[in-house]
Design a protein around this ligand. Sequence first.
Ligand SMILES: Nc1nc2c(ncn2[C@@H]2O[C@H](COP(=O)(O)OP(=O)(O)O)[C@@H](O)[C@H]2O)c(=O)[nH]1
Ligand SMILES: [Mg+2]
Length: 318
Amino acid sequence: MVDVPTLVEQAREGRPRAVARLISLVEGASPQLREVMAALAPLTGGAYVVGLTGSPGVGKSTSTSALVTAYRRMGKRVGVLAVDPSSPFSGGALLGDRVRMSEHASDPGVYIRSMATRGHLGGLAWAAPQAIRVLDAAGCDVILVETVGVGQSEVEIASQADTCVVLLAPGMGDGIQAAKAGILEIGDVYVVNKADRDGADATARELNHMLGLGESRAPGDWRPPIVKTVAARGEGIDEVVEALEKHRAWMEEHGTLTDRRLHRATREVETLAVTTLRARLADLHGDRRATTLAERVVAGELDPYTAADELVAGLTEG
Ligand SMILES: Nc1nc2c(ncn2[C@@H]2O[C@H](COP(=O)(O)OP(=O)(O)O)[C@@H](O)[C@H]2O)c(=O)[nH]1
Ligand SMILES: [Mg+2]
């Protein structure tokens, strides 16, 4: 068992090992998470959460690393959460990410964590927000959350950030891929990375067209900017930071930041409620109450909706 109050106190002081251990508790779905989250709750709410999503290979990790450099120059403490449920810890994309992030490895103002939640059913939906809470409580000013733009829960994590950045790259039929993945609706800022390659202008134009950015909007509406970058050389990254800061200011002015956080918390609570109910239901399997209800449905004494209502009522009692 972990000494939660001590660990939380150490994380609050910004000690990297404590932060890492807390995130490991999240990843391992520890039974102590309830206690951890209760202790963290009053320490959260200070971080600006930025989601970055896009197809594999567009340059999310490279851009994230460049953004870390930019925010560090501004004196901000930065957390990075790279969510990749498809990769095992030791290999593939995460190993590459480690290389890309290695320049920040010795910087005490940066926390970098890759999270693999493969195997946990629906694990990502609740684990990512809780890992964000840990980084938030540890005093990060900015949290960058990288998720691959494939798969509903990955896309959802990015879309629930305070600001969502969607990345594309030229020459990958990327506009169409992005549209298919449903990530063209969720961007607050769009980045066309690999602008050193042919076709970046065409991709930006295509994107501009697909997003209907040429059309007029109501005054005061947010118009997502399209920024061209060469993340590998750090080019255009200051413009991305500028776009992020503008979006944040716009949200604060329009109350959108509060709305988004409310939406995020709503989803988080719902996910936990469903997880809890599912666990209680599993505990009940074979229980006499459940069997009796089933028997009454078989006998035609009870319809399945009423039986389900009774079951749920029984689950939530005490
Ligand atoms: N030419 C070029 N290559 C880049 C640029 N940014 C990243 N890359 C390369 O694209 C590959 C994929 O980058 P990565 O950041 O891992 O993409 P991710 O899968 O979206 O995280 C790597 O080999 C990077 O070095 C860029 O601006 N220009
Ligand atoms: Mg990556």
